[in-house]
Design a protein around this ligand. Structure first.
Ligand code: NAP
Length: 624
C-alpha cells in the first residue's frame, strides 16, 4: 500500500522519533539558533516541545529526501555532540564518540599508509567464526584487499544468532546500537530485533560486503598449530567430507564468548523420562503446549523464554537459584512504526543522531560501577546512582508482581545492580503472577524419572525440563587446540588463572594470532554497543597486519613484558569496580572466573579503552 506522506503523517513521524536526534539533525540543517537554546528532550516543556515538532514538520514538508549528510568539521561536530547531550566532554571522550554518529562511510577502518604494497606470494589470513566479529574482520580485510578465508563451523553466517533460536530470542539492546556503523540506515522491523531478524541482517552483511564468498562453511576448527620456521599457522578442521588442513599466515579468532553451552549435571539426570532442552539446542518442532515444564535459570535467556512458554504450557515451574535485577526497556517488543522508517530514510542526519544518542547513553554505565566511599560512610549502599537504580528496580518488582509479598521476598537480590550482566524484562515478573506459573527457590537436589526434587522433598512433576543455565564462558577458545611457539598450548598457558590477553586481542607465545572479543575485552562501560567494538578490535588487528606487510616482515606479536604490564594494570582497575567487591556478587557472576578474577570484561572507562585500542602503542608490539 502506498503511504500518503502529508503533514499529519510527518507530524506522527516526528512525534515517535527521538526528539534529541530531531533537534540536532534539524539544527545541523538549518543553524536555527532557537533550536540550540532548547533543552534536551527530557527537559522540554509542552511549549518547547511543540515548537520543536512544528519546526521539524515544517522543514520536512519542503526538504525531506534520502540525502546523506557529510561529516561535519571537528568543531561543528563537537558543538553538535555537546548540544545533543547537554554535556561538555574532554578530548578522550570526544575521540571515543566522534564516530558514533557514523557520518564516515567506514568508521574505524584500517588503511594502508600509502599505496597497497606487493603482498608475499600466497599470503593469507584465516578468520575463525562468522558471527558479528568474524564479519567485522572480513570487512576490514576485504577493504584492504588482503586475501583471507573464513572458517565457519555451521552452514550459515550469524554465529550465536544461528545457534540461539529459543522462543522470543531477540536483542536486548536497542537495534540501532546493535548494528554496524558502515551499514547505513538499515531498516529494522522492531526496535529490539528478533533473533531471526538479526540472522537476516548478518547474512545480508556477509553477502553485501563480500565475506560470504570467502567463507568455508561446515569447517569446525579442531587444531591450530604455529610453524615457527615459516611463521604460518596450520589449521585442521573437521568437515562433512572428513578432515581438512589449510595454512594461513595470520589467524584471527572470532569465536565468541558464548560458544560452549553449560549443561548442568544433577543427580538422576539420566533417569528423567522427558526431554531436557538447552536453549542452544532449540528446534522449531518443540511443542510445549499443554505440557508441564520446568525452567532452570533466570539469566537473559531464561527471562526471555518464560513468558512465551507460559502462554502455551499447562504448568511452568521456574527454578531460581539467585535473584536477578531485571529491568524494563522502553519499546521492547514493539514494531518500528512506518512513520519512523520514513523519517530515517528522509530526514538527513536523523539516523546519525539517533545512533549517537542511543550509544552515548551507554557510556554512562561506568558511573554505576565505582563506589562512593563518602556516600557509604553516610549509610548509602554503594553510590547514589547505583542506589537509586536499586530503589527504582525494587519498586518495579513490586509493581510487576502486583504487590505479592510471597514473590517479592524471593525476587529482590541482596547485591547491587550492575554487579552482573543486566537482564532485560520480557514480561518475566508478570508471568510469575500467572495461575499456571510457580517460582521455586528451594535448591534442586536431583532429577527423578518424573521431574525435579528439591531440598525440602517436594517433587515437581514435569514433562520437559528447560536448562537455561548459560555458557562455559571460562573455556575461551575451547575445545580447539591452539599450539604456539615452543609447542605451548593456549589452554596450558592460561591454566594459572584463566584466559588473559593484551587489550583482549594478543597473547605472548602466539604470534600472528589475534582474538576478536577475546578475554577481558567486553567493555563494562560503553560495552553494549558491541558491534562498534568488533570493528575497533578488527581494525586494530588489521593495523598490525598492515604494518607487518608494509615492513616486509612475516611475524607480529605482543611483547611479553607489555602483556604482563597490561594485565597487572587491568587487575588493579578491575578491583575498583563493583563486580569484584562485597556489594557485588563476584561468586555469582560469569564475568568472574573460578580464580576470582574478572575474565570477560575490560574494566577501563570506555573512552580510555577506546584510545588504547585505536592508537596502537607500537612499543608493545614486536614485528620481525
Ligand atoms: P547466565 O546469565 O549465565 O544465566 C544462567 C542461569 O542459570 C542463572 O540463573 C544461573 O543461576 C542458572 N544456573 C546455572 N547453573 C545452574 C544450576 N546448576 N542450578 C540452578 N541454576 C543454575 O546465562 P544466559 O541466561 O544464557 O545468558 C548468558 C549471556 O548471554 C547473557 O548474560 C548475555 O550476555 C547473553 N544473552 C543475550 C541475550 C540478548 O541480548 N538478547 C539473550 C540471552 C543471552 P545463578 O544466577 O545462581 O548462577
Amino acid at each position: 500500500m502506498e503511504t500518503k506522506v502529508d503533514s499529519t503523517f510527518i507530524r506522527r513521524a516526528v512525534e515517535v522519533a527521538d526528539l534529541n536526534a530531531v533537534r540536532v539533525a534539524l539544527y545541523q540543517q538549518t543553524g536555527d539558533p532557537e533550536l540550540a537554546e532548547l533543552p534536551t528532550a527530557a527537559n522540554l516543556d509542552e511549549t518547547q516541545r511543540e515548537l520543536l515538532v512544528t519546526k521539524a514538520v515544517a522543514w520536512l514538508e519542503h526538504n525531506a529526501g534520502p540525502v546523506r549528510v557529510a561529516e561535519p568539521e571537528e568543531d561543528e561536530l563537537r558543538t553538535l555532540m555537546n548540544m545533543a547531550t547537554a554535556e561538555e566532554m574532554g578530548d578522550v571522550e570526544f575521540e571515543a564518540r566522534r564516530d558514533l554518529p557514523a557520518f564516515k562511510e567506514f568508521p574505524w577502518t584500517a588503511e594502508w599508509t600509502d599505496a597497497k604494497p606487493q603482498l608475499p606470494e600466497g599470503f593469507k589470513v584465516a578468520i575463525v567464526g562468522s558471527g558479528f566479529s568474524g564479519l567485522a574482520m572480513g570487512v576490514q580485510l576485504e577493504r584492504l584487499g588482503i586475501p583471507y578465508v573464513l572458517l565457519e563451523r555451521r552452514g550459515e553466517p550469524g554465529g550465536t544468532w544461528t545457534i540461539n533460536r529459543y522462543p522470543d530470542v531477540r536483542v536486548d539492546t536497542i537495534s540501532i546500537t546493535y548494528e554496524f556503523s558502515f551499514e547505513k540506515d538499515y531498516q529494522w522491523n522492531e526496535y529490539f530485533g528478533r533473533g531471526a531478524e538479526v540472522r537476516s541482517y548478518l547474512d545480508h552483511i556477509s553477502r553485501k560486503y563480500g565475506v560470504f564468498d570467502h567463507t568455508l562453511f561446515n569447517r569446525d576448527l579442531k587444531r591450530a598449530t604455529f610453524d615457527e620456521g615459516r611463521n604460518v599457522w596450520s589449521l585442521e578442521s573437521e568437515t562433512p567430507e572428513g578432515p581438512e588442513t589449510i595454512e594461513a599466515n595470520v589467524i584471527v579468532t572470532a569465536v565468541g564468548t558464548f560458544a560452549n553451552p553449560r549443561f548442568p549435571h544433577f543427580e538422576g539426570q539420566e533417569s528423567f523420562e522427558g526431554p531436557i532442552l538447552h536453549p542452544t539446542g532449540w528446534s522449531p518442532d518443540i511443542d510445549l503446549s499443554g505440557q508441564r515444564v520446568a525452567i532452570i535459570g533466570n539469566g537473559s535467556t531464561g527471562v526471555q523464554l518464560l513468558a512465551p512458554i507460559a502462554e502455551e504450557a499447562e504448568q511452568v515451574f521456574v527454578f531460581q537459584r539467585t535473584p536477578q535485577w531485571i529491568s524494563p526497556r522502553d519499546k521492547y517488543g514493539a514494531p518500528i512504526e512506518p512513520e519512523l522508517h520514513w523519517l530515517v530514510e528522509n530526514f538527513p542526519g536523523y539516523w546519525n543522531w539517533a545512533r549517537y544518542m542511543a550509544i552515548a547513553a551507554l557510556f554512562q554505565t561506568h558511573r554505576f560501577l565505582v563506589p562512593d566511599e563518602e556516600w557509604k560512610a553516610q549509610g548509602g549502599k554503594f553510590n547514589p546512582l547505583n542506589d537509586k537504580m536499586r530503589d527504582d528496580l525494587t519498586a518495579y518488582i513490586k509493581a510487576q508482581t502486583g504487590g505479592r509479598q510471597d514473590l517479592i521476598d524471593k525476587l529482590i537480590p541482596d547485591y547491587a545492580p550492575f554487579s552482573r550482566r543486566p537482564v532485560v524484562d520480557n514480561g518475566w515478573y508478570k508471568a510469575l503472577t500467572r495461575d499456571n506459573v510457580e517460582l521455586v527457590t528451594d535448591p534442586i537436589t536431583r532429577f527423578t524419572p518424573k521431574g525435579i526434587e528439591t531440598q525440602d522433598g517436594t517433587l515437581y512433576d514435569v514433562d520437559a525440563i528447560v536448562t537455561a543455565t548459560g555458557f562455559e564462558v571460562i573455556k575461551y577458545l575451547w575445545p580447539t587446540e591452539y599450539t604456539g611457539k615452543d609447542g605451548v598450548s593456549i589452554h596450558d598457558f592460561w591454566s594459572k588463572d584463566g584466559p588473559r590477553a593484551y587489550l583482549g586481542m594478543m597473547t605472548p607465545n602466539f604470534p600472528n594470532m589475534f582474538m576478536i572479543y577475546g578475554p577481558n575485552s567486553q567493555p563494562v562501560s560503553g560495552g553494549t554497543g558491541l558491534p562498534i567494538w568488533y570493528v575497533i578490535w578488527s581494525a586494530y588487528s588489521a593495523q598490525c597486519i598492515v604494518r607487518m606487510l608494509e615492513e616486509g616482515r612475516s611475524r607480529v606479536e605482543v611483547k611479553e613484558e607489555a602483556y604482563e604490564r597490561y594485565n597487572k594494570a587491568l587487575d588493579a582497575e578491575a578491583a575498583k569496580l563493583i563486580l569484584l567487591q562485597d556489594e557485588g556478587a563476584p561468586d555469582k557472576n560469569y564475568y568472574v572466573n573460578e580464580f576470582g578474577r574478572l575474565q570477560v570484561n575490560a574494566p577501563w572507562y570506555g573512552p580510555d579503552y577506546h584510545r588504547m585500542c585505536t592508537q596502537v602503542d607500537w612499543d608493545d608490539i614486536e614485528i620481525s
